[in-house]
Design a binder for this molecule. Structure first.
Ligand code: FES
Length: 98
C-alpha cells in the first residue's frame, strides 16, 4: 500500500509505501523538500509538522522533538511511517525561502 505525502512548503507530492519512513521515500523519488541528514533520528534537520493524516513513529530524540511538540504533530521525517495520506509542513533548518 502506498500513501501520498504532500509537502506544503514546496507543493511537492510523493508516494510512500507502508513501512518506509517519509524521508527515505522522498529521497527515492528524487525530491528535496524536506532537508535530509542522518536518516537516523539524530540530527533534527528533517523536522516536520504533520497537519493532516495518521502515522506511526519510532523513538525520536527529545533534543529535537519535545513531548509537547510530539503531541502537537511535530516529528522527524526519518522516524515516521504513514498510515494514511499525509500533509506536512517542513520545520527543519534548511528549508527553502520564499
Ligand atoms: S535526517 Fe537526521 S534526524 Fe532525520
Amino acid at each position: 500500500m502506498t500513501f501520498k505525502v504532500l509537502i506544503e512548503n514546496t507543493d511537492e507530492v510523493f508516494g510512500c509505501s507502508e513501512g518506509q519512513h517519509i524521508l527515505s521515500a522522498m529521497a527515492k523519488m528524487g525530491k528535496k523538500g524536506i532537508p535530509s541528514g542522518c536518516h537516523g533520528g539524530g540530527c533534527g534537520v528533517c523536522k516536520v509538522k504533520i497537519n493532516q493524516g495518521a502515522f506511526s513513529s519510532k523513538k525520536m530524540s527529545r533534543a529535537h522533538v519535545s513531548a509537547d511538540e510530539e503531541k502537537a504533530g511535530y516529528a522527524l521525517a526519518c522516524r515516521i511511517f504513514p498510515e494514511t495520506d499525509i500533509t506536512l509542513h517542513v520545520i527543519g533548518k534548511l528549508q527553502k525561502r520564499f
